[in-house]
Design a protein around this ligand. Sequence first.
Ligand code: 13P
Length: 249
Amino acid sequence: MRTPLMAGNWKMYKSAGETTQFFEEFKPLVEKSRHCEIAICPPFVNIAAAVEAARGTRIGIGGQNVFWAKEGAYTGEVSAPMLKSLGCEWVIIGHSERRQYFAETNETVLKRTLAALEAGLKPIVCVGETLEEREGGATESVLAEQFAGGIGPLDPTQFARIVIAYEPVWAIGTGRTATPEIASEAHGFIRSQVGTKFGADAAGAVRILYGGSVKPDNVKNLMAQAGIDGALVGGASLEPNSFASIVNF
Ligand code: 13P
């Protein structure tokens, strides 16, 4: 059985004070939630506040990106050992916004993932097609390419420690959620890629999250799909009641 994971990606939202405030309200709402793992990924500057606020709870904290070198003259970057030493458990890698605005490629996704694994972080590696790619019938080839370049080169032990997030770009922040059927089909395709590369056991064990306009009112239908093992939530993770409803789907 795969334990669901509900992860919040806060993107570039919230001050340090708002971070602490969120946890005060959110913690009691998920205190009894034992059916899934919970992660929250604030901006780098608020990770320390989040770790402090989440201490003693089952809520894991993560980064939204990570650089592949351990240290060095890389102005503005943050390394995996730095995230780990702050108390991070998770890190999001290859989010479509990184691919779109910050020149992320499948090759750099792989480098970041290897660095995160080496530091003992759990990578949430994102894949997903744009609207143009979907409408052009290229969804599977894009997912296959992202998998082959960013994930496929991992060894089986490394692969066993990652989570994959399927985030169709056209569903992110648009209010246009993939239907459970569309999401399920893509998850099935990604799982088949895992099976081909890493074998049936790995395909059965890997968690694949869905991301893109997940809200309290659609999470249940998404989670009812056999291949969907949790959600990577943007906007709806910013408000304690709304993210708690998602966690407690
Ligand atoms: P929204 O939930 O705001 O659509 O964002 C999804 C996302 O990008 C999570 O990583």
